[in-house]
Structure formats: structure tokens, C-alpha cells
Design a protein around this ligand. Sequence first.
Ligand SMILES: [Zn+2]
Length: 236
Amino acid sequence: MNLDILAIAAHPDDVEQTCGGTLIKMAEKGYRTGVLDLTAGDMGTRGTPEQRLVEADAAARIMLCSHRENLRFPDARLENTIAARMSLALKIRELRPRVVILPYWEGRHPDHYRASEMGYEACFLAGLKKLDEYSEAHRPYKILYSSIYANVTPSFVVDISAQFERRMAALLSYRSQYGGGQAGSELFPEEQEIRERLGAMARFYGNLVGTKYGEPFVVKETMVVEDVVAMGGRSL
Ligand SMILES: [Zn+2]
């Protein structure tokens, strides 16, 4: 399978809060998009891993993804082992994405920054010809980082004004997490609260580039521009 974009995340429902709008927008442009979740959230207070997998599939359909799967690595104790990196690298060779979206490399939850590191190293390994004789080498061309927290300085912002509601609908398909009124409800934001929180974040980043809603991305390398006349983002 040749994907144009693959988002790799620690938990089901992470991409719906970070880069889901961009995945939807790219699918609308005709690109083949995919999501690879590393864990099924088996340490979560609410719901079962099986429920979350069903909910993740529903969310993937709403986000117009061509592919979504879960590697079932251990939740809340994700480890960057050789075995885990190899599994991830072989999956990248199979899916052959041109662009990979990883979690930002800093964050409160250890799974997020570990997933970031594992994803980066797996992308590198996937490009090594001699890694595995049964699969063809593939190194993604571009790695973008997306953050679940509101405190990153983005390299660029994608306008998701037209995709925000669909992204919200995808997130709310995790009924076991955001359904309300169940065990552990003091820990989990209810629907209205999460809508306000994600709306505020998307409005903040949208505001940076003069649109209603935006998703921030960070790249480690310097951005290259071919046509300065066609550049977006108004200066004055
Ligand atoms: Zn997460």
C-alpha cells in the first residue's frame, strides 16, 4: 500500500486531537491517508481496548482515512525496544508513506514523547536496505510533528476551518471516552468541555495565520519555498 500520509500516534483518539483536520483535508484533496496507533489504550479508566478499537475505526471512516490499524503495544508503558522499533519499521515499509506525522517530541505523557522517538527511529530503519530481506526499503520523505498540547511554536499551520466539525465528530465517536456520566468522570472532560478546549486551541493556531481554525505542525529542518509570490500567510 502506498500512502501519501501516515499519522503515527501513541493512543487511539490522539490524532483526532492533533492532526485529524489535516488528514481530512488531505483526503479531500485525493491523497491516501492512514493512521497507525501504537497502543489500544488498555490502561484507560474508561472503556475496554476492544471498544476503543471499534471507536477508532468509526473515527477513521469519519476522517476519510484509507487505512487505520493498531499495533497493540503496551499502553502507558510504551518502550522504545529493538523489537518495537522493528515492528514499526516493517509496518512503514509495508505502508510506504511519503509523509509521516509523529507526536511532538516533548510532552507530559511519556507515551507521546516515546512514540515520537520510536517513530523517528523506525522511519530511519525502514530505509535501510539490509534491515530485512523480505521487504523493500522505504524511507519517508518528510516528517511532521504535531502536538496535543497548546505550547508549541509551529513551523506552519494548516487551515482546518472547513474540517473542524468533521474532526470533532471523529473525536466524539469515542463514546467510551467522551460519553459522560461513567466511572472516572472527574478525570475526563465531557463533550462540551472538550469541544471548548479543542475549539480554543484550534482558534488560537488559526488566528496566527488569519483563519478560523488551524492545526500547528513543527518540522526540524528548514522549510524550502519554491515560489515566494504564491506564499500564504499575510504579513500586514
Ligand atoms: Zn495520547
